[in-house]
Design a protein around this ligand. Structure first.
Ligand code: PGA
Ligand code: ZN
Length: 420
């Protein structure tokens, strides 16, 4: 027996989102909260908004709440909460559309996650153990977005995210400490140059800079000031979110219009100048030829990560593997809408010899399920914003706790994933 509850709450941007609870026969009740993106891929499952301009400027989610309490409740009422696949299949059947547009992927994911959370709680297990019955466990390398641009800030940076990758440490907590120290040094550096230290949606600083390259230079300087070795202990990652930079293979970067080959050449130049190890959405979701060229040029040196390109869809990941478009996938449960489909995407990565990075959204809540998912899946990497702002820090703090709980059974993935 599963009894659902749902409620409209706020996300980190102050926009409404859903909290969903599942209560089981033994009285156990657990809540899950649904995140929301801003630079979304066009093939993502549909996030249902009310469209009533009188409430939250049209962004209310009362319809999604009603769908949880009505049709989704009916679909799962009689099911066993431990049978996630059956639960998720029933949710999909209740909706019946390929993009989850009838009941809303936000409503469906909320139920999928709440059921898992309740099932784990009822067994007395933390989620990471519920999903993965035995060790060894891998603590993920965090990709910390410390300079924000693009759709996540109102500054002049075209590229959306400039991240720290503290891989060269023996433990997760040591790696996180390095990133937190570098973040403070970065703040001082910006102040010294009279640049803004206000932050963007994911907690990274959002200064106006002379160019996107200057962001990479600042990060290298901040790493050194904090006393760490760029490239050996702490490297860099970029999310260009290039679907937002143009269309059909034409992009605008640093004030210049360019086609895919020039943008690939720019990335190649950066690969010689800066200790970058990972590039996400370097090209647009509608530019597979560009991705192939990028993969030929940099695929053996960089992680090339598809976010908008694959939208956590198993089918699109398999297509990407056949067409040799990339080598890594960003995994966001709300892009696809159920945990079972999220697991299928992770499995497709594993089977194809690709990497996977668990990810937050730019609109987040205090929910920490992706931290548990990162550990249980053994993906080895998580991207969940700056080491600042409660909704970002909640995930990192959850990982600190998991690391402590695991003790000897937990191993930091850094040196394994980015050996130097
Ligand atoms: P989003 O951004 O959550 O706004 O889509 C995150 C990302 O592009 O990785
Ligand atoms: Zn992205």
């Amino acid at each position: 027996m599963i009894r659902l509850d749902a409620l409209e709450i706020l996300d980190s941007r102050g926009q409404p989102t859903l909290a969903v609870a599942a209560q089981l026969e033994d009285g156990t009740k657990a809540w899950a909260r649904v995140p929301s993106g801003a630079s979304t891929g066009s093939k993502e499952a549909l996030e249902l908004r009310d469209g009533d301009p009188k409430r939250f400027l049209g962004k209310g989610v009362e319809k999604a709440v009603a769908h949880v309490l009505g049709p989704l409740q009916d679909a799962v009422a009689h099911l066993s909460p431990e049978r996630q696949e059956e639960v998720d299949r029933a949710l999909l059947a209740a909706d019946g559309t390929p993009s989850k547009s009838k009941l809303g992927a936000n409503a469906i994911l909320g139920v999928s996650m709440a059921v898992a959370a309740a099932a784990a709680k009822s067994r007395g297990l933390p989620l990471y153990r519920y999903w993965k019955q035995e060790g060894p466990y891998r603590l993920p390398v965090p990709l910390l977005n410390v300079i924000n641009g693009g759709r996540h800030a109102d500054n002049n940076l075209d590229l959306q995210e400039f991240m720290l990758v503290p891989h060269g440490f023996p433990t997760f907590h040591r790696a996180l400490r390095a990133a937190a120290e570098i973040y403070q040094h970065l703040k001082h550096l910006l102040r010294e140059r009279n640049l803004s230290t206000g932050v963007g949606d994911e907690g990274g600083f959002a200064p106006d800079l002379r160019s996107d390259e200057e962001a990479l230079e600042l990060l290298v300087e901040a790493i050194e000031r904090a006393g760490y070795r760029p490239g050996e202990e702490v490297s860099l990652a970029i999310d260009a979110a290039a679907s937002e930079l143009g269309q059909k293979g034409r992009y605008r970067v640093q004030g210049e219009a360019m086609e895919a080959p020039s943008l690939v050449a720019l990335y190649e130049k950066w690969s010689r100048l800066y200790p970058v190890v990972s590039l996400e959405d370097g090209l647009g979701e509608d530019d597979p030829q560009g991705w192939q060229a990028l993969n030929r040029a940099l695929g053996n040196r960089w992680q090339l990560v598809g976010d908008d390109l694959f939208v956590t869809s198993r089918e699109l990941i398999l297509w990407g593997q056949r067409e040799k478009l990339a080598n890594t996938v960003l995994i966001k449960p709300n892009q696809v809408g159920t945990l079972t489909e999220t697991f299928a995407a992770l499995e497709a990565c594993r089977n194809g010899g690709w990497r996977a990075i668990l990810s937050h959204r730019s609109g987040e809540t205090e929910d920490t399920i992706i931290a548990d998912l990162a550990v249980a899946s053994g993906a080895g990497q998580i991207k969940t914003g700056a080491p600042a702002r409660g909704e970002r820090v909640a995930k990192y703090n959850r990982l600190l706790l998991i690391e402590k709980e695991l003790g000897e059974d937990g191993m930091y993935a850094g040196p394994e994933f980015f050996p130097r």
